[in-house]
Design a protein around this ligand. Structure first.
Ligand code: UDX
Ligand code: UDX
Length: 477
C-alpha cells in the first residue's frame, strides 16, 4: 500500500537533465503539479519565454512538450522556497562538476550544490518528503543528503513545527543528450535505489504511467549510485577502445567502420557505441570516470584506479593526435591559415559544449597560429568565445594568426580556407556539395573528417585531399 500521495513534484535544477526529465513527467503525470526551480533567473526566464527558440537548451521535441504543458502542470520558477514547501517529492538535478581545488581536486565531484540544495530542503520542507537524487553523484552521497535531512528532521520535530520526515532515493538519469526526450519516453530501464520500500513504490507508480513495470529495477541505494558511474565508465571505455583501434586502422590497411561492423555483429559485443571519433565529450563521462578513480584510490584499489584512468588518457591522446596530424599535414604549420571548423558541440543535436573535443582541438590549432572560422547550427557565438577564451574577430587578415571567426553557414566558413575540419556529426554535414565548396577555398584543399561521415570519393572527385578517422584507404599520409 502506498501511503505517500504525490500531488506536487519539485525539481531543483533546470538544466539538461531537470528540464527534459520534468517535461516528460508532465506529459505522463497530468494530475501532478510539477515545478522546476533554479537559482539562475535568466535561465528560468528562458524556460518561460513564449518563443521556444529561446529555451536554454536545444533538444529535439523538447519545445513541443514545453508548449503543451508549460503553465498547465509544468512550471518554471526561481521561488525555491515555495516549491519545496508544497512538494511531496523533490528531484535533485543540480550540477556536480569535478572539483577544481582542495581535497580530491581534479577527480572528486564538487558536491557544494547538492549540499546547498539539501540544506534548502531541510529548511523549507513540510511533512513527509521523498528526496530523489537525479544528479550523477559519487557513491555514498545519499549518506550526506540523509545526514543533513535527518538532523533537520530531529531538530524540527523537537520544535514540532513542520512535522518533517524524509526518505532519500537514488534514481540516476541515463538520458543521452540529443535524444533525451526519446530516451526518457522509452528508457531501457529505470533504476531506483533506496531502503524505504514505500517511497520506492511511490516513485515507481509515477514511472508506471509510461514504463512497463519489468523495466523498473529496484536496488539498494549504493548499487544504484554505483551503477550509474559504471554504466558511463563502460560506455566511455567502448569509445576509447574503438578510438585506439582507429589509430591502428590508419597505420594498416584497415577501415575502422568495417572493423566496428564486423565485431558489432557479435551479440556479446553489440553494434551500438562503436563509432570512432575525436574523443568523447559531454558533462558526464570524464567526470564519472574520475569519480570512480577517486573512489578506487580512497579504497586502496590502485590497480583498478589505473585501469579506468587509461580510458581518459586514451581520450586525451586521441584529441592530441588529431590536432598534431592536422598541423603536420598542412606542411608543419597552420600559422596564418584559415581552417573551416564544422561543428563545435560535443555531439550532434545538442547545443551543449561541455568537455567537447572541439575545445581542445581548436585551442591547439589556435596555439599554432590558425585562423578558425567556426560554424555550428546550434552553438552560440558567446559560448564558443567562452570555451576558447578569446573573442571572435570580424576582419579576416592572414596576419591575424590565432584568431576565431563565427560564421552562419558552411559556405561562409569555407571562404579562403585551406582545410575543412569536421568535428561534430550534424546531419547537414553528411551531404555537402564539395564542387561548390572547393571553389571558395585555397589549394591544395583538405578535409579532416574526424566523425567519418562524408563520402570520401565524392570529395576526392571534387579535388580535395581527404583524411578520415580510422580509414587507411582514404589516408594520403
Ligand atoms: C546533469 C546532472 O544533474 C549532473 O550530475 C551531471 O553531471 C551533468 O548533468 P545538468 O542538468 O546537465 O546536470 O546541469 P546543468 O545544465 O548545469 O543544470 C544544473 C542547474 O542547476 C543549473 O541551471 C543551475 O543554475 C541549477 N542550480 C545549481 C540550482 O538551481 N541550485 C543550485 O544550488 C545549484
Ligand atoms: C552519456 C550517456 O550515454 C548517458 O546514458 C548518461 O546519462 C549521460 O552521459 P551523453 O554524454 O549525453 O550521454 O551522450 P553520449 O551519446 O553518450 O555521447 C558521449 C560522447 O561520446 C559524445 O562526445 C559522442 O560524440 C561520443 N561518442 C558516442 C563517440 O565518439 N562514439 C560513439 O559511438 C558514441
Amino acid at each position: 500500500m502506498n501511503k505517500y500521495k504525490i500531488k506536487n513534484i519539485c525539481c531543483i535544477g533546470a538544466g539538461y537533465v531537470g528540464g527534459p526529465t520534468m517535461a516528460v513527467f508532465a506529459e505522463h503525470c497530468k494530475d501532478i503539479k510539477i515545478t522546476v526551480s533554479d537559482i539562475n533567473q535568466s535561465r528560468i526566464n528562458d524556460w518561460n519565454n513564449p518563443d521556444t527558440n529561446y529555451l536554454p537548451i536545444y533538444e529535439p521535441d523538447l519545445d513541443n512538450l514545453i508548449l503543451k504543458y508549460r503553465n498547465k502542470n509544468l512550471f518554471f520558477t526561481t521561488n525555491i522556497k515555495d516549491s519545496i514547501a508544497e512538494a511531496e517529492m523533490i528531484f535533485l538535478s543540480v550540477n556536480t562538476p569535478t572539483k577544481e581545488k582542495g581535497v580530491g581536486a581534479g577527480k572528486a565531484s564538487d558536491l557544494k550544490w547538492v549540499e546547498a540544495s539539501a540544506r534548502q530542503i531541510a529548511e523549507y520542507a513540510v511533512g513527509h518528503t521523498i528526496v530523489v537524487e537525479k544528479s550523477t553523484l559519487p557513491v555514498r552521497t545519499a549518506k550526506t543528503i540523509e545526514k543533513i535531512l535527518f538532523d533537520s528532521q530531529k531538530k524540527e520535530n523537537n520544535n514540532n513545527k513542520k512535522n518533517q520526515t524524509f526518505s532519500v532515493l537514488s534514481n540516476p538519469e541515463f538520458l543521452s543528450e540529443g535524444s533525451a526526450i526519446n530516451d526518457l519516453q522509452n528508457p531501457d530501464r529505470v533504476l531506483i535505489g533506496g531502503s524505504d520500500h514505500i517511497a520506492i513504490e511511490a516513485l515507481s507508480d509515477l514511472y508506471k504511467n509510461w514504463v512497463p513495470n519489468e523495466k523498473i529495477i529496484r536496488t539498494n541505494i549504493w548499487s544504484s549510485e554505483l551503477s550509474k558511474l559504471t554504466a558511463n565508465a563502460f560506455l566511455a571505455q567502448r569509445i576509447s577502445s574503438i578510438n585506439s583501434i582507429s589509430a591502428i586502422c590508419e597505420a594498416t590497411e584497415a577501415d575502422v567502420r568495417q572493423v566496428a561492423n564486423a565485431i558489432g555483429l557479435d551479440k556479446r559485443i553489440g553494434k551500438e557505441f562503436l563509432s570512432a571519433g575525436p574523443g568523447f565529450g559531454g558533462s558526464c563521462f570524464q567526470k564519472d570516470i574520475l569519480n570512480l578513480v577517486y573512489l578506487c584510490e580512497f579504497y586502496n584499489l590502485k590497480e583498478v584506479a589505473e585501469y579506468w584512468e587509461q580510458v581518459i588518457s586514451l581520450n586525451n591522446w586521441q584529441k592530441d593526435r588529431i590536432s598534431k596530424l592536422i598541423v603536420n599535414t598542412l606542411f608543419g604549420t597552420v600559422s596564418g591559415k584559415r581552417i573551416a571548423v564544422l561543428g563545435f558541440s560535443f555531439k550532434a543535436n545538442t547545443n551543449d559544449t561541455r568537455n567537447s573535443p572541439s575545445i581542445k582541438i581548436c585551442k591547439d590549432l589556435i596555439e599554432d597560429g590558425a585562423l578558425l572560422s567556426i560554424y555550428d547550427p546550434k552553438v552560440s557565438q558567446s559560448q564558443i568565445e567562452k570555451d576558447l577564451g578569446i573573442k571572435c574577430s570580424d576582419q579576416f587578415l592572414e596576419s591575424n594568426s590565432g584568431t576565431i571567426y563565427y560564421e552562419r553557414s558552411i559556405e561562409k566558413t569555407a571562404e579562403d580556407a585551406h582545410a575543412i575540419l569536421i568535428l561534430t556529426e550534424w546531419k547537414e554535414f553528411f551531404n555537402i556539395n564539395w564542387d561548390l565548396l572547393i571553389e571558395k577555398m585555397k589549394r591544395p584543399a583538405w578535409i579532416f573528417d574526424t566523425r567519418s561521415i562524408i563520402k570520401t570519393n565524392d570529395a576526392k572527385k571534387s579535388g580535395f585531399n581527404v583524411w578520415q578517422i580510422g580509414n587507411y584507404c582514404n589516408s594520403y599520409l
